[in-house]
Design a protein around this ligand. Structure first.
Ligand SMILES: Cc1ncc(COP(=O)(O)O)c(C=O)c1O
Length: 374
C-alpha cells in the first residue's frame, strides 16, 4: 500500500505530459518562458483570483508575500502553532517577530479567538494556514484583524479548496464549489511540492492576489527585483517558476478538481467508518476541503502506528512537533505553551490518501484500526 502517489496518471495522460516537456525543450524556452505566463493565467482563473505569480517553492511564496509588504523588524506576524516549518521560517527569514496563536482542537486550524488575544499595535500580518486542505474562515478573520493589517493565506495544502461556511445544506458529500472567502485575504500562497494536490515534477510555488499593487511588486521581487533587464529596483530573490515545471503543471492542473473529488470520496469513507471507533478523534472538516491529508488523533499513537506499519500500511505524522518547539526557530521566539497545538503534535496520525487510491485499501486501513482497538 502507498501513502501517497505523486504522479497518478494513466499512460495516455503521461504521453501528453511528456510531449509538452519535449516541446518546451525543443523551443529552448527555459527561463520565464511562455508556459509560465500561461500557467499563471490558468491558475488565477481556477483559483478565482485576479493575478498570479509563479515562484520557485511554496516557502518562497510566503517569503515573497512578506517581502512585498515592507515590514519592519519590530512588526509582528501571527501564525498558528500547528503547521509545516515553512510558515514559521518565512517570518524568521523576513526578520519579523513570530507571534503564535493556538489552534482549534477540533479542526487543527488557527483559533480565531486566540488570534484576537494576540493582536497588538505591532501586528501587521496574520498567516492562517489551510491545514490538510481545510479553509480557515477568512471572512471572520478579516473582521477580527481589520483593514489595516494584512492576511496571507498559507494555501500550500488547499489548491482549489472551498470552505462552505455559509452553506445551508447539511448532508451533502459533494461541494458545490462556489464559495470564495479567500477574497478577504490579501495574498494566497501555494506549493507545488510533488505530493501536494497539484504537484510538479520538482519544486514550484505560486502567489495569487486581487491587489494590483502587490501583484506588480511580487512580480518584480521573484525575478531579482528587476523591473527591466539589468534594472534591479528591489531587493528580490531569484525565485522564478521553472518553465519546465509550468509546462507540467499546465497539463496536471486539468485534473486537480477531479483529484480533489476523489480525495473527498475516500476521506468521507474514512470519516464514516472511523467515527464508530471511540478511541479515534476525527479532524472535523467541511465538504469543500481539498482533503490533502487525512489526519486522526489518538492517545496510543506510537502503538497504533507500529501496528499499521507492521501490516504494511504506511502512516506519517503531520506534524510531529508544534512550531513553538521547532529547533530552527528557537532563537527567534519566546518560550510559550500552546496546549492544543502541542497535544495535536503528540496525537496526530496521517493515513494513506491520494487520487485513485483503491477503496479496498481504505477498507483495509479501517479494518486494521478496528482490529487494533478490539
Ligand atoms: C502548510 C505548508 N506551508 C508551506 C509549505 C512549503 O512549500 P514548499 O515545500 O513548496 O516550499 C508546505 C509544504 O511543504 C506546507 O505544507
Amino acid at each position: 500500500m502507498k501513502f501517497t502517489d505523486v504522479n497518478p496518471f494513466n499512460k495516455k495522460i503521461q504521453k501528453r505530459i511528456n510531449k509538452s516537456i519535449l516541446d518546451t525543450v525543443k523551443k529552448k524556452d527555459f527561463i520565464l518562458g511562455n508556459n509560465v505566463n500561461k500557467f499563471e493565467k490558468k491558475f488565477s482563473t481556477l483559483s478565482k483570483s485576479k493575478y498570479a505569480v509563479g515562484c520557485a517553492t511554496g516557502t518562497d511564496a510566503l517569503i515573497l508575500a512578506l517581502k512585498s509588504l515592507n515590514l519592519k523588524s519590530n512588526h509582528e506576524v501571527i501564525i498558528p502553532g500547528m503547521s509545516y516549518i515553512s510558515t514559521g521560517l518565512s517570518v524568521a527569514l523576513n526578520n519579523n517577530k513570530i507571534i503564535f496563536a493556538d489552534i482549534d482542537s477540533n479542526t487543527g486550524l488557527i483559533s480565531l479567538n486566540s488570534v484576537k488575544k494576540k493582536i497588538s499595535k505591532n501586528t501587521k500580518v496574520v498567516i492562517p494556514v489551510n491545514l490538510y486542505g481545510q479553509k480557515v474562515d477568512i471572512k471572520k478573520l478579516r473582521k477580527i484583524v481589520g483593514r489595516s493589517r494584512y492576511i496571507i493565506e498559507d494555501s500550500a495544502q488547499s489548491h482549489f479548496a472551498f470552505s462552505c461556511f455559509d452553506c445551508k445544506k447539511s448532508s451533502f458529500i459533494k461541494c458545490c464549489k462556489k464559495e470564495t472567502n479567500h477574497k478577504f485575504a490579501d495574498i494566497s500562497c501555494y506549493s507545488f511540492y510533488p505530493s501536494k494536490n497539484l504537484g510538479a515534477y520538482g519544486d514550484g510555488g505560486i502567489l495569487t492576489t486581487d491587489n494590483k499593487k502587490l501583484f506588480n511588486k511580487i512580480y518584480f521581487l521573484r525575478n531579482l527585483g528587476a523591473i527591466k533587464k539589468n534594472i534591479h529596483q528591489y531587493e528580490g530573490l531569484n525565485s522564478r517558476l521553472d518553465t519546465l515545471q509550468a509546462t507540467i503543471l499546465l497539463e496536471k492542473v486539468k485534473f486537480t478538481h477531479s483529484h480533489n473529488d476523489y480525495r473527498r470520496m475516500i476521506s468521507s469513507f474514512y470519516d464514516q467508518q472511523l467515527s464508530t471507533i471511540k478511541e479515534v478523534k476525527l479532524t472535523s472538516s467541511k465538504p469543500g476541503s481539498s482533503r490533502h491529508l487525512y489526519v486522526i488523533r489518538i492517545k496510543k499513537r506510537k502503538k497504533l502506528a507500529n501496528f499499521l506499519l507492521k501490516n504494511k500500511v504506511p502512516v506519517q505524522y503531520h506534524y510531529p512537533y508544534s512550531l513553538n518547539k521547532a529547533p530552527a526557530l528557537k532563537n527567534k521566539i519566546k518560550k510559550i505553551n500552546l496546549k492544543n497545538s502541542e497535544n495535536w503534535a503528540k496525537q496526530c496520525l496521517s493515513l494513506p490518501l491520494y487520487p485513485y487510491m483503491p477503496l479496498n485499501d481504505a477498507k483495509r486501513v479501517v479494518n486494521l484500526i478496528r482490529k487494533f482497538y478490539n
